[in-house]
Every structure is written in C-alpha cells, then in structure tokens.
Design a protein around this ligand. Structure first.
Ligand SMILES: [Zn+2]
Length: 258
C-alpha cells in the first residue's frame, strides 16, 4: 500500500533530478509522467499503478513508460489523437534527436508502448477514491500538453517552467507557441494550487509560477544554475535549446502582445 504523494527523480544516472515523475496514492494510484528511458527511477514501493498520465510526448517524459505499463498494466492517459505516437514512438525519437541533439542520447531512446490508452481533451474528472483528479488542456510548450489537478496540487509537466536551486528556468524548446504558453500559465495560476509539481524541478511553492511568468515577459530568461559537474552540463545544454525556443517565439510576437 502506498500513501500520500511522491516526487520521484526519473532522469538519467548522470543527472537523476533532470526530470521528475509524480505518484498520487489513493484507492487508485496514478503516476504523472514516466521519465527517460535511461532512468534511475525506482517505483518498487508501488504494489499497483492504475493510471499513468502523460503530460506531453517529449522524450524525457515517456522513456520508461513501456517498462512501467508492462509491470503494472496501467492505463495510459494522453491528449486525444496522440496515443499512436506512443504505440510507435519513431516521431518522438526523431524530434528528440533534432531538437535536443546529444542530450537525447543521454536520455535514451523511447521504446514502443503497448497499453490501454484513454485519450482526453481536458475537463475530465477521474475519481481516485478520496481525491478527484482533474485534467486540463495546457497548450504552448506542446500543442497536446495536459496538466493534472488533484487535492489542490497542480502537476504542470513542462507548462509552468522548471526550477533548480530556487531559480526558475524556461522549459520552452522550439516550436514554442508563446501566446498559448503564457495563457496556459496564467490559467494555472488562477487555479491557486497549494503546491506545483514541475517535471523539471519537483514540488515547489506556487509563487514559482509568478516568478516564471515574469522571467518570460521581461525576457530575462537566461539563468545561471550552479549545481556543478555533469548535471550542470546536461542542464545547460537543455537550457540552450529552451532559450532558442523563446528567442524564435519572441521574434514572431509583437512587444506587449503577451
Ligand atoms: Zn521536459
């Protein structure tokens, strides 16, 4: 039996905290996102896992999904029309190589996922027993991005930035829809969660979202996160990609439009 909520590092051995998955324990257990293929994630404390919600289909959030659903026979919740890219992940892997370059190699290749899929478009509510889990469509980072709200905690995937060492970081690779990203961020702020689960940063105070919004709007998005060693190298490489997404998006958005 598991209880409570869990933030689980699901990045590669070189930088386990590069990515987080979350688990909500209730009568029904739910995992949110499934880390990288070369993941150090340990979910041995789970005797069952009913659902895995995939916030979006980028290589760093679906790599260990196949292994997890093989073990637990969990149903996979994903934005409508997108389960086909998990059954055949060739597009996810191709896009990762194009966008992330060598970082994609560190994360590892996503294997095909054989599971029962539940496709959603946002607005759905799933009863977990004590808690109700609500799904919201939060596009911008990706067109098909969804977030989860349960027990006043928002699991925002990559739609509300990341955070390391108390510093908000952009999670905005190209192609970024900046207007939708900011809209989704503001919407999630309006939910007034008591904590926010970031796929890149773990559980943080909700004031993070305001700090992140300011960093995007003021265009002071370049950050220095001093975590040292190989982890810092991986983070900086990933950040360069996110800066590029923002810079491309700024050039196509008029000042004052966001
Ligand atoms: Zn990500």
């Amino acid at each position: 039996m598991c209880s409570g909520i869990h933030a689980i590092p699901s990045g590669p051995g070189e930088f386990p905290e590069a990515v987080y998955s979350f688990v909500i324990c209730d009568k029904m257990n739910v995992m949110i996102d499934a880390g990288v293929a070369n993941s150090v994630m340990d979910v041995g404390f789970l005797d069952k896992l009913d659902y895995v919600v995939i916030t979006h289909l980028h290589v760093d959030h679906v790599g260990a999904l196949s292994e997890i659903v093989q073990r637990y026979k969990s149903k996979v919740i994903v934005y409508e029309g997108y389960s086909k890219h998990l059954r055949d992940p060739s597009k996810i892997n191709k896009d990762a190589k194009l966008v992330l370059g060598e970082v994609a190699e560190i994360y590892g290749e996503v294997p095909p996922v054989d599971a029962t899929f539940i496709e959603v478009k946002g607005g759905e509510e799933i009863n977990l027993g004590e808690k109700i889990m609500k799904i919201y469509h939060t596009p911008g980072h990706a067109r098909h991005h969804i977030s989860v709200f349960a027990d006043q905690i928002l699991y925002a995937g990559d739609s509300a930035g990341g955070r390391y060492n108390g510093i908000p970081i952009p999670t905005t690779p190209p192609p970024l829809d900046l207007k939708k990203y900011v809209e989704s961020l503001r919407f999630q702020m309006s939910l007034a969660p008591k904590a926010v689960g970031l796929a890149h940063g773990g559980l943080v105070h909700p004031s993070h979202m305001q700090e992140h919004l300011e960093q995007i709007i003021s265009r002071k998005y370049r950050v220095t996160v001093d975590i040292g060693g190989g982890a810092e190298e991986i983070l900086n490489k990933h950040l360069e990609v996110n800066y590029r997404g923002l810079e491309e998006a700024y050039s196509s958005v008029k000042n004052g439009e966001i």
